[in-house]
Structure formats: structure tokens, C-alpha cells
Design a protein around this ligand. Structure first.
Ligand code: 5GP
Ligand code: MN
Length: 346
């Protein structure tokens, strides 16, 4: 394992660097990747950002977006392969489990480059030579800021980099509302605004740039796809492939939907089941001490944070929901007593 000083030394001469992040990058994943990329470019490194999939168009404004290579997009395979082969350093941001990026993860594993992992998720896989990791951090963007400062390069953070980093902090704290919004988060945020981050512009670009289809889709989901079990303190949405098609759904259109379920008075657990090409994607949210990440890891091949986690299911949508309902019923007592939401019998 490298120490900070050795990492700093590595960065003192130009390197070929690949940055990657998790599947379906959100603002923290893309913001930390492009924030880091723009910073490293200023230090004369040759940097390529490779994402395992596409991401929402409300993130396209970030500096460097036009040069991002999407692994799933046809025609990039050779370039990605060349970049990975030539890379002297691979930086993995906002995830700690190479299996989360599928085939690209295999390429990272095989690579002989120095591997760096910067992340705030709970269950790190031990694959990196240099790890900057803290579950206390609200966002990977917060860690990237702290790391740049530790490297003595705060003066290299310009307005574009500050915009990228601000985005991830804003979204991973739910707009500075979640319990992870610490004093340190506010200090970093204040610094970023001081360095030129345009907070009003960013919240408009990320939160207030809806298509008519998306608003209609949210209306449809709220009126037709929301199931509420008050007795179980649970509410969830289910969205079928047909629903997504009907509303011409784009990547990012279901983002935030699960929060409507959690916003119901008395509800402590919320979920969103989305039927996709490759199975059912599940988002879990909870309040207080209900650890949905453990629940997701145990029953739905997933993980995440205590109050915000995700997972997947290879069962059909209907059976996935039945499985969820059964588990919630079985765990009802634990749920109401705010114990970990994992029944040890299983
Ligand atoms: P979301 O519901 O927004 O997709 O994800 C919420 C949180 O759970 C994120 O922090 C994300 O990293 C994590 N997460 C989502 N899906 C998965 C998954 O399949 N596996 C793991 N380990 N974490 C996930
Ligand atoms: Mn994050």
C-alpha cells in the first residue's frame, strides 16, 4: 500500500492515467471523475475518463464531458483497450468493488498500472495500491477535494473543477438534507464556492432540467405505481419496461423517484423496482437506524450506504416484489424496533 507522499511523488512527473467510475454514473461519480481529470490535466498528465455505461444528460455540462469514453457505446472498444494497456495509473472513483463495473472491472484487475481507489462506500475490495477512502465522507467529490488539498494543490482548483466537485456533494447529501451533511461538508462546500463553484447554476442544471415526458412519468408513477404498506412502514414503486417505453424514459429519469415514497409521513423504508433489459434494478432508502445496505447485500446482491442502497434481481419483476414483501413482513418486528433489517434465519 502506497503512502500519500509516494503517491504525490508519482504525480510529480507526467503519467498516462485512466479514470473510471461505477455503472450509470451519478453526479458524484461523474463529478469526482471529471474534477480529478481536470486537476490532473493541469499537472500535465494525459488523462482519459472511461465510464462503464452512459449517464444522465443533466450532467453533460461538466468540463471534459465531451471526451468521456462510454464502454457500452459501440466503436470505443479499441480506443479503450489501448488506453487501458498504456495506462500507468488507473484511478477508480466512487466505488470499491470491481465487480460493479463488469467487464471493465476485469480490465482494471488485469492492468499492471498503479491502482488508486477514492471512495466513501462501506465494503471496499482490496485491489488498490493507494486508497483514499472514508465512509465518514458524504461524497467522493468531498474526498477528491480533501486529497487535492493534502497534495498541496488547492490553488489548482479552478471554477470548472469546483463545479464538478460541488455537484457530487450536493447530490450525495440530497441537497444538503441527509444526516451525512456534516460541518466538514459545509466547510468544503464553502471553499468550493470561494473557488468559483456556481451553486445556483448547478442546482438548476441538475435538479430543474426536466423534460415534459419525465414530469408526466413521475405523475404516472405517483398515481399508478406507488404501493403503500402503512402497517409495515414501507412504500415502494414498481416500474415495468413498458412504462419506461411509454414515457420514452432516458437514463436518469427515475432518479429521485424513490424519495417520494420515503417522504410519506410514517414511512421508514422505501424502494423502487425498475425492470431493465438485464434484470430488475432496485433502489432502497430508509431513515434513522434502518440499514438497507445490509438488507440489499443479503437478499438482493447489492450494497451501498446505511440509508441509501441498491441491488438487483434476476427474478421477474412480479416475483422480485413478492420476495421483497415477504422479507419485509418477516422482518416487521425488527423494522419497527429499528434493528438491522436482516433476519438471521436466512
Ligand atoms: P441508487 O439507488 O441511487 O442507485 O443507489 C444508492 C446507493 O447504493 C449508491 O450509493 C450506490 O452506490 C449503491 N448501490 C446501488 N446499486 C448497488 C449495487 O448493485 N451494489 C452495490 N454494492 N451498491 C449499490
Ligand atoms: Mn458517491
Amino acid at each position: 500500500m502506497l503512502e500519500l507522499e509516494s503517491f504525490k511523488k508519482l504525480l510529480s512527473s507526467p503519467k498516462k492515467i485512466v479514470i473510471t467510475t461505477h455503472h450509470k454514473p451519478d453526479a458524484d461519480a461523474l463529478g469526482s471523475s471529471l474534477g480529478m481529470a481536470n486537476y490532473l490535466k493541469k499537472k500535465n498528465h494525459e488523462v482519459t475518463v472511461i465510464t462503464p455505461s452512459d449517464y444522465p444528460s443533466f450532467l453533460y455540462w461538466m468540463k471534459g464531458n465531451d471526451e468521456v469514453l462510454n464502454f457500452e457505446e459501440k466503436g470505443h472498444a479499441k480506443e479503450i483497450n489501448d488506453k487501458m494497456t498504456a495506462a500507468e495509473m488507473v484511478i477508480c472513483l466512487d466505488f470499491s468493488c470491481l465487480s460493479r463495473i463488469n467487464e471493465l472491472g476485469e480490465m482494471v484487475k488485469q492492468s499492471t498500472a498503479v491502482k488508486v481507489n477514492i471512495d466513501h462506500h462501506l465494503d471496499p475490495e482490496d485491489f488498490a495500491d493507494f486508497r483514499y477512502w472514508s465512509t465518514e465522507a458524504a461524497a467522493t467529490c468531498e474526498l477528491v477535494f480533501d486529497l487535492i488539498v493534502k497534495l498541496g494543490d488547492k490553488d489548482l482548483i479552478d471554477a470548472d473543477i469546483a463545479d464538478c466537485l460541488y455537484s457530487g456533494i450536493m447530490t450525495d447529501t440530497g441537497g444538503f438534507r441527509h444526516p451525512n451533511t456534516t460541518k466538514h461538508v459545509h466547510m468544503v462546500t464553502a471553499e468550493l464556492i470561494g473557488l468559483g463553484a456556481d451553486n445556483a447554476k448547478i442546482s438548476r442544471l441538475i435538479y430543474d432540467t426536466n423534460s415534459v415526458n419525465r414530469l408526466k412519468f413521475i405523475g404516472f408513477a405517483l398515481s399508478r405505481r406507488l404501493i403503500i404498506h402503512n402497517d409495515l412502514r414501507t412504500a415502494y414503486f414498481w416500474i415495468s419496461k413498458r412504462d419506461l417505453k411509454k414515457y420514452d424514459s432516458r437514463t436518469g429519469d427515475t432518479e429521485g423517484l424513490v424519495n417520494y415514497a420515503l417522504s410519506l409521513d410514517g414511512i421508514k423504508i422505501a424502494a423502487l423496482f425498475t425492470e431493465r433489459k438485464d434484470g430488475v434494478k432496485i433502489s432502497f432508502r430508509s431513515v434513522e437506524d434502518i440499514a438497507v445496505n445490509k438488507f440489499a447485500a443479503k437478499y438482493f446482491n447489492g450494497g451501498g450506504h446505511k440509508n441509501a442502497a441498491g441491488g438487483k434481481s434476476d427474478l421477474p419483476l412480479k416475483e422480485t416484489i413478492e420476495k421483497f414483501e415477504k422479507l419485509i413482513k418477516e422482518n416487521q418486528e425488527r423494522l419497527l424496533n429499528q434493528l438491522e433489517l436482516v433476519n438471521e434465519k436466512h
